[in-house]
Ligand binder design. Structure first.
Ligand code: NAD
Length: 716
């Protein structure tokens, strides 16, 4: 069966329907392009008046074939693949008869590039339909003519925005930009409009093939565009700290292409595409945010063989910051929610949080009054445990206190059916210990959400000693049901995310005590690719919380007869707390906060005088990143982590580990175990034994192997 079905109607119009055999979606590869080339050949027939390109699948075309791209090892391969696709598309737009894209579903990446090579684009008027060039998110650029056609259609500035941000557009937005010629009610209307366009434009030509073609808004020589290019690269660099070469390559391709004719510009694009496809950043991003993330979503970390489950009624204990956020995301997913607190007022306040978010969404046109009211009607605020009857799952989000948590666990279980799952949203307390308060520890699990719950994509699922596979599967299904990404870890102090995230922040704080200038520390965090610098981040979390957790850990370890080794950064935290500088919530921490603004506290350099000799930034960056990667490797070695995919995806989604590295363990894989071990030992000699490389990496260095091999073996 061919990838593109051809049918000529009585009207003489050829309809080419993309339908890649054996694939759920149409993806750009040799097979699809060959099918399109065949359709173009049919246009030579004098009886054929024009071509409508559409799809038999739910999407129009989802983008490039990533499996094919991941096999490329030499730059000639992406260069030639790009050129082969371009040759077909150039032929399609230049053969003299009209071609219309009838966009019936998502047209993303290479899919949109195919549509751009048609003389007109029409799309279904469905707000869920996505159009866009998301290549940059995987470290790539549109290599099928996107950086050449898009600027010639919508202007250089708009094109840079579309390709540089990689955000999806709705058909309405695309229409506003002039990317679409019109919108259609349904598939029949789409086809009718496409055919009408062909009838009305028998001699269609692309704008850039017209003799008097001008770029909308000017080409790269025009003063306005020259001015744009005098600032855009530095703005992009300031935002990305130069960590995402694809962004620079997109800008270069558009700029240089804006000085050249169409065909020369296409060649330039293929070169930049090859550079992107061969970059380590792209490999890291594709490996983690494509393959490993997809494996997680398909349930790689879910116990196999158990039937899929759904939560219909959810109980939430504690309507504070976290409880209120969890109520919102669950109600949004259509789940009935009982939101319980100690007073009716507190419970109502928790529900009001959802109202606040929804009112904002209605105001911005992202939701409607009806949808808001329906969602709010699903949340019942209460103080009555009897209301929990019939809940499939209860998430506890009361104060971080063992006694308080034990009390609510007992009261809730008394009202729940035998099969209900009880989950704790604790951020620090081991789940196995909390489960002691439960009558059914098999049904007890940790569901660690991140704040703010409505924005953060991850939930860390913690498996206690007694947690059953069935409970894990049900927790996993719930996380997917509310649209979040689950990672599964074994019980341990700080679990995975808090434990590794802590090493980033504490390493930055330790530098302060050594006399590194606080501004250099903060800049190093951003240069490393982290979303927030370490001192600012500790202020957000609060220094007093950090101190509380450290003291609790010390006490717990003493009770277990184990040694407690304090991180050198902790002495700084103690000192600031003693001065009452406990973080953002008190208006002062490493920073002073006033009227929505903040600045580093000048007293910091008096307390910790700046050393005359400052280390190079790359040394600071290495410390911040090695500290995290090494701790993640220790979590893997100790069995806290159950999979490489969970480690990598969890690090990016949980605390923003620099995405271009592909996650905390991929950081080590990309560097190579031997190089990681050697550099870690250097750092350990200079800054302390916390940098001694994890044994698992030392073994890899000796015997070979990568974390990603383990991921492949586990099918992830
Ligand atoms: P919070 O102080 O904002 O909310 C706690 C809520 O629990 C309050 O509304 C309080 O009235 C209620 N509560 C206390 N005792 C109760 C009882 N006996 N019965 C019913 N309700 C009771 O705290 P939070 O920030 O929402 O944190 C809640 C839990 O989530 C904690 O375990 C915390 O460690 C964890 N957590 C917090 C974050 C975060 O960033 N804040 C992130 C992940 C996990």
């Amino acid at each position: 069966m061919s990838a593109v079905q051809l049918h000529v109607g009585d009207d003489g119009i050829l309809v080419a329907t993309m339908d890649l055999p054996g694939r759920p979606m149409n993806v750009v590869g040799d097979e699809l392009m060959l099918g399109i080339a065949r359709a173009v050949e049919r246009l030579a027939d004098p009886a054929v008046k024009g071509l409508v390109l559409t799809s038999a699948k739910a999407d129009f075309c989802a983008g490039g074939d990533i499996d094919r791209m991941s096999k490329w090892t030499r730059p000639e391969q992406p260069f030639e693949a790009g050129n082969a696709m371009k040759a077909v598309l150039r032929q399609m737009e230049g053969q003299g008869k009209p071609v219309v894209a009838a966009i019936n579903g998502h047209a993303l990446g290479g899919g949109l590039e195919i549509a751009l090579a048609c003389h007109a684009r029409l799309a279904l008027d469905d707000a869920r339909l996505k159009l866009g060039q998301p290549e940059v998110k995987l470290g790539l650029l549109p290599g099928g003519g996107g950086t050449v056609r898009l600027p010639r259609l919508v202007g250089i500035q708009a094109a840079l925005q579309i390709m540089g941000e990689g955000a999806d557009m709705s058909p309405q937005q695309a229409l506003g930009l002039g990317l679409l010629a019109g919108l259609a009610r349904d598939r029949d209307d789409l086809m009718a409009q496409a055919k009408a366009w062909i009838a009305a434009n028998p001699k269609a030509k692309q704008p850039w093939d017209q003799p008097k073609f001008r770029f909308p808004g000017g080409d790269s020589r025009s003063p306005a565009v020259a001015q744009l290019f005098s600032v855009a690269p530095s703005v992009a660099s300031a935002r990305s700290w130069g960590n995402y070469p694809a962004l620079q390559h997109i800008m270069s391709s558009v700029f240089e292409g804006g000085l050249l004719d169409f065909d020369a510009a296409s060649q330039v694009e293929s070169r930049y595409f090859a550079a992107c496809a061969m970059s380590q950043q792209s490999r890291n991003l594709i490996g983690t945010l494509w393959y490993q993330l997809n494996a997680i979503k398909k349930g790689a970390s879910r116990p196999a063989g158990l039937p899929a489950t759904k939560v219909n009624k959810l109980g939430i204990l504690g309507a504070g910051m976290m409880g209120a956020g969890i109520a919102y995301v669950a109600a949004k997913a259509g789940i009935e929610v009982v939101l319980l607190d100690t007073t009716q007022e507190a419970a109502e306040r928790g529900k009001a949080y959802s109202r606040g978010l929804l009112d904002k969404a209605v105001k911005k046109g992202r939701s409607t009054v009806d949808k808001r009211d329906a969602l709010l009607a699903r949340i019942t605020p209460t103080t009555d445990y009897a209301a929990l009857q019939g809940c499939d799952l209860v998430v506890e989000a009361v104060f971080e206190d063992r006694e308080v948590k034990a009390g609510v666990t007992r009261r809730a279980e008394a009202a729940l059916g035998e099969g209900a799952v009880f989950a704790s949203n604790t951020s620090t307390l081991p789940i196995t210990g909390l489960a002691q308060a439960s009558r059914r520890p098999n049904n007890f699990i940790g569901l660690h959400f991140f704040s703010p719950v409505d924005k953060m994509p991850l939930v860390e699922i913690i498996v206690g000693k007694a947690t059953s596979d069935e409970t894990l599967a049900r927790g996993f299904d719930f996380v997917l049901q509310i649209g979040k990404t689950p990672i599964v870890v074994n019980d341990s102090r700080g679990f995975y995310t808090s434990r590794v995230f802590g090493t980033y922040v504490m390493e930055g704080i330790a530098m302060l005590a050594e006399g590194v200038h606080p501004r250099s520390i903060e800049v190093a965090g951003l240069q490393a690719g982290m979303p927030m610098p370490p001192l600012a981040l500790q202020d957000e979390v609060s220094l007093s919380l950090g101190l509380h957790v450290a003291d609790q850990t010390k006490k717990d370890l003493a009770a277990e007869g184990k040694a407690y080794v304090e991180h050198p950064g902790m002495a700084v935290v103690r000192q600031l707390c003693a001065l009452g500088r406990i973080g953002k919530k008190s208006g002062q921490g490493f920073y002073d906060y006033a009227e929505g603004d903040k600045s580093l506290w000048p007293g910091l350099t008096r307390l910790y005088p700046t050393a005359a000799q400052q280390p190079p930034q790359r040394e600071l960056i290495a410390r911040l990143m090695f500290a995290q990667a090494n701790e993640a490797a220790r979590c893997f070695q100790e069995g806290v982590l159950r999979s490489v995919a969970d480690a990598n995806v969890g690090s990016i989604f949980g605390w923003g580990f620099a995405p271009f590295h592909g996650g905390a363990l991929q950081f080590i894989d990309a560097l190579g175990a031997s190089a990681f071990v050697a550099r870690s030992r250097e750092l350990a000699a200079k800054y302390g034994p916390r940098f001694e490389p994890a044994q698992v990496v030392v073994e890899q260095a000796l015997r070979g192997g990568h974390f990603s091999d383990a991921a492949a073996k586990a099918g992830t």
